[in-house]
Design a protein around this ligand. Structure first.
Ligand code: ADP
Ligand code: MG
Length: 698
């Protein structure tokens, strides 16, 4: 039996259960060993029933002295009473009638839960829906009498079955287990051997501490977490190294002519940060290895312009460039901006979205394939379906987080050795940046264009709408303009949603007599949309009621107020983006977060973050803390790796440590091919992708 053995051969599993386990993603012994306990309970001595207090969260043990199933209306209630010699405790479960078959009178049970007062007889204590485990006399040693691991049910295996299976499995493992970390790395990280790590987490010994185990900081946990991060970062490092090592990229030429061309399209002088980042990009583009760079910068820091100038460098060298945006509306906006800025150049810009169909689409694709189109702007359809470039030299991705490491590799293949520039639409906390973008070089646009003023942020309930209306009226009277945003997501703008937005616009118009109110939503046709935007940009429209189409890219410096209806429905990053639309013209700005109804504590906390801070990175960190990594990106296809032992937020500092080690280890390897061995096989034969659940977008 070794780590790669199928779980089918593990004692207590067999072919049938193995099949069910495979469906839960557990195929090998190693997979099973990575099913780590949810928590640990100290069952060397149980809390005495006679000494319990309400509010305690504990495990207790006792004999069932009474048990009964009751039906009340459409519910069933299963109730037991246990005794341990010092006192009694009641426990009850709702709608789990099957418990009557296992939790029977006379048996010994362990219960884990929160002690509370019995609603009906407050002098007595009870637990509602505790976790329960029946103890058989032979269970001593595995299930009790020690620090016991508690597992989440896995396919057909209950928590208790898992404990038994894993205990036996550990006994049958070779000792020591073959190492998968290089010796020097292990020594520097001071981690325990692999086999010992598994033993420590699944079968803690006498000296282990319950508290330390529960924080996942036992040396066993630390070893498994570091191992996981190390292997993941090694894959990133290997990719980065492979890319830098090849000279198969394009060495763009940057001449005086290029510089002239750049000057000609520049609408305003670049900020210092933009200049620095552009220089970093230009250096990459000149080099013969393919560029793989991330540009980070807060909302409004001017990343789009940097992307455009990089594309200009590419087309000046006779190549094509692609600019990929996360949404159709954004693609359209970028398309218009680029066309405007490039109007006095010979370069042709084309738009590719799924809205373009039939002949129009065919012609666009043909001009892309022939090279007639120099710059292609579009959604990610641009790289997925039959879009072929004649000479793609640079792909800029205005990131939608859906592009993980592998997707970027696909993208590069659209051109042979094309340069890739990724720009993040929202600031990404460092922990996530290191995992999702860990293979990229990073540039920071850490300065905003001149004339930006702080934006005051207020949180108001709808009941205070009158004061908000007054604020808007005051600004409009002073010659300024305002946005009112209604929470609709572009792609899902349904007819009834549009109706709601229309009604909202009518209400605002009625509440502000004499003020010119416009309406913008995703259902408007291209031309209508442009008309509405133009009217707002010229000041003809004073208040623009809009769906989230204004989230990014819209730029009207005279607008000083941003009112966000139903702010509780938006994500933090999105609110921050919206707020970034005002405060651009040197008049300062106000953002009002209007909320409807009672807020949950979490919603309140999120809005408070926004009221307190204007720093996109601080907001992103908080957002990550509140929502967790998967939610933060708001999509399953986020390119986030699947970690088994590690948790990104909890284990930040271990991630940094492992990353340093991984990059240093690879740097120390002689140039060229990796030495044959476990790690080479892992990295080069798809093991890395499988291990971290990274798959292609399909
Ligand atoms: P983001 O980084 O959020 O994508 P944008 O690229 O949309 O920001 O830029 C925000 C606004 O700032 C745009 O209206 C853009 O025209 C303007 N801008 C960009 N660079 C400069 C600059 N150097 N000076 C003045 N305004 C600038
Ligand atoms: Mg942008």
């Amino acid at each position: 039996m070794d780590l790669a053995t199928s779980v089918q051969y593990v004692k207590g599993i067999g072919p049938q259960r193995a099949f069910a386990l495979a469906k839960a993603g557990v195929a090998t012994v190693e997979d099973l060993l990575f099913h780590l306990p949810l928590r640990y309970e100290d069952r060397r001595s149980f809390a005495k029933l006679g000494e319990l207090r309400p509010g305690l969260r504990v495990s207790v043990a006792g004999e069932i002295v009474a048990a009964g199933l009751r039906r009340a209306r459409r519910m069933t209630l299963y109730e037991i009473r246990i005794e341990d010699g010092s006192g009694r405790l009641k426990a009850l479960w709702f709608n789990q009638p099957y418990l009557k078959d296992t939790l029977t009178k006379g048996r010994r049970v362990v219960l884990f839960g929160t002690v509370e007062r019995d609603t009906y007889t407050p002098r007595q204590l009870m637990m509602a829906s505790p976790e329960a485990e029946v103890l058989e006399p032979e269970d001593e040693g595995v299930h009790t009498g020690r620090l016991v691991p508690v597992y989440e049910k896995l396919g057909p295996l209950s928590a208790k079955a898992l404990r038994r299976v894993l205990a036996r499995l550990l006994d049958g493992l070779p000792d020591p287990l073959p190492e998968n970390l290089p010796d020097d790395v292990r020594a520097r990280l001071q981690v325990v051997p692999r086999g010992e790590a598994y033993r420590r987490v699944h079968h803690p010994g006498e000296g282990a501490s319950e508290a330390v185990l529960n924080r996942a900081r036992d040396p066993g946990h630390i070893r498994l977490i570091l191992e996981e991060f190390f292997l993941f970062q090694l894959g990133l490092a290997a990719r980065r190294r492979a890319l830098r090592g090849t000279r198969k990229g394009i060495a763009f030429e940057i001449t005086d002519r290029t510089r002239e061309a750049v000057k000609k399209v520049l609408p305003f002088p670049l900020t210092g940060a933009q200049k620095r980042v552009l220089r970093e990009i230009a250096d990459d583009m000149r080099a013969p290895s393919p560029m793989n760079r991330l540009v980070q910068g807060d909302v409004g820091s001017g990343k789009t312009l940097v992307g455009l100038l990089a594309m200009l460098v590419a087309v000046e060298s006779g190549y094509q460039a692609a600019f990929m945006a996360p949404t159709e509306i954004l693609a359209e906006q970028h398309y218009l901006t680029f066309r405007r800025l490039l109007a006095r150049t010979p370069y042709r810009v084309a738009l590719f979205t799924s809205a373009r169909k039939g002949r129009e689409r065919k012609e666009a694709l043909a001009s892309l394939a022939s090279g007639e189109t120099h710059i292609a702007v579009g959604t990610h359809a641009l790289i997925q379906r039959g879009a072929d470039f004649s000479r793609l030299g640079l792909a800029v991705v205005d990131e939608q987080h859906r592009f993980g490491v592998l997707q970027r590799e696909e993208l590069r293949k659209k051109g042979s050795g094309a340069d890739v520039l990724v720009m993040t639409a929202t600031p990404i906390p460092r922990t996530l940046a290191l995992t999702v973008y860990g293979d990229l070089d990073v540039s920071m646009v850490d300065e905003k264009p001149p004339g930006r003023m702080p934006v005051r942020t207020l949180h108001r309930a709808v009941s205070e709408r009158r004061t908000v209306l007054e604020l808007v009226r005051r600004e409009v009277t002073a010659g300024r303009q305002a946005y009112v945003v209604y929470p609709l997501i572009e792609e899902s703008e349904k007819l009834e949603d549009v109706k709601a937005a229309t009604q909202m616009a009518e209400e605002w118009a009625a509440a502000l007599p004499g003020v010119r109110v416009g309406l913008l939503h995703g259902r408007l046709k291209g031309q209508e949309k442009e008309g509405v935007m133009a009217a707002f940009a010229s000041g003809e429209t004073q208040v623009l009621v809009a769906t989230t189409v204004v989230e990014v890219g819209v730029d009207v410096p005279n607008a000083t107020v941003m009112v966000i209806e139903h702010a509780e429905r938006f994500g933090l990053a999105q609110l921050h983006q919206l707020r970034g639309r005002v405060g651009r013209g040197g008049h300062g700005g106000t953002c009002v977060l209007l909320t409807h109804g009672r807020l949950s504590a979490v919603a309140q906390e999120r809005l408070d973050v926004l009221v307190r801070s204007e720093d996109g990175f601080a907001i992103a960190e908080k957002d990550l803390e509140i929502r967790g990594p998967g939610e933060f990106f708001g999509t399953r296809q986020s390119g986030l790796p699947a970690f088994r032992a590690a948790k990104l937020l909890r284990d930040r500092e271990l991630l940094e440590k492992a990353r340093c080690e991984a990059f240093a280890w690879l740097d120390a390897q002689p140039p060229g091919e990796l030495r044959p061995g476990l790690l080479k096989t892992f990295l080069e034969q798809g093991g890395w992708e499988r291990r971290f659940g990274l798959s292609r977008v399909g």
